[in-house]
Design a binder for this molecule. Sequence first.
Ligand code: CMP
Length: 229
Amino acid sequence: MGCPLQDDVVLTAPMFAGLDRESSSALVERMKTHDFVRGQVLFHEGEPGDRLYVVRSGKIKLGRRSNDGRENLLAVLGPGEMFGELSLFDPGPRTATATVVADAVILELGHAELIAWLEANPGVAQHLLQALARRLRRTNEALADLVFSDVPGRVAKALLDLSTRFGEKTDEGVRVAHDLTQEELAQLVGASRETVNKALADFAARRWVRREGRAVVLLDLDRLERRAR
Ligand code: CMP
């Protein structure tokens, strides 16, 4: 496991919100821990699901594929974030495919165990609802952006969003090690790789960002925020 439970980022997941460390830690210890490497798939869209997951380290992308094979990313999740709960609250197949983007340690909890946990700790339901509501809010915003914003605006927004999860302050600005390929970044923005690249090259020419392989340094947050609006 490697890290003491009281510092465990897993405890920041919504199903532990507002609970004392002792009972939360007891549940974490009952959860199964797995190591995954980049490219591994935890589950596919359309499969039945009977468990949810919490990220301890690494990154997971949630994606959907169209009939003609194109892919779209709904989200990239990092430490402390939960996924796989929709098929519990709305019984049905998985709504997205979960794939490892950066080597990850993931904890899993069976849906039946979560239900028992909610019965024992009813206050937790409010935090789960809050997490779902926040996700819906973000999804609505992304939907509106697809209709109303241009690609550079959406690229700026995606970079700022990734920085809230994976950003690290440096002397220059905020370094965001997103671990996404150009193709994956384009799938997250919902545009072609060429158009997204063009927007990034333009941001780099203006010195708003600096590209570093699968990372980007945000040099001018103000300009990016204005561009994202
Ligand atoms: P489930 O449908 O069980 O499996 C896929 C998971 O992806 C889903 O549960 C959610 O946890 C997650 N997911 C689906 N849609 C979104 C979204 N728009 N934003 C973030 N996560 C999502």
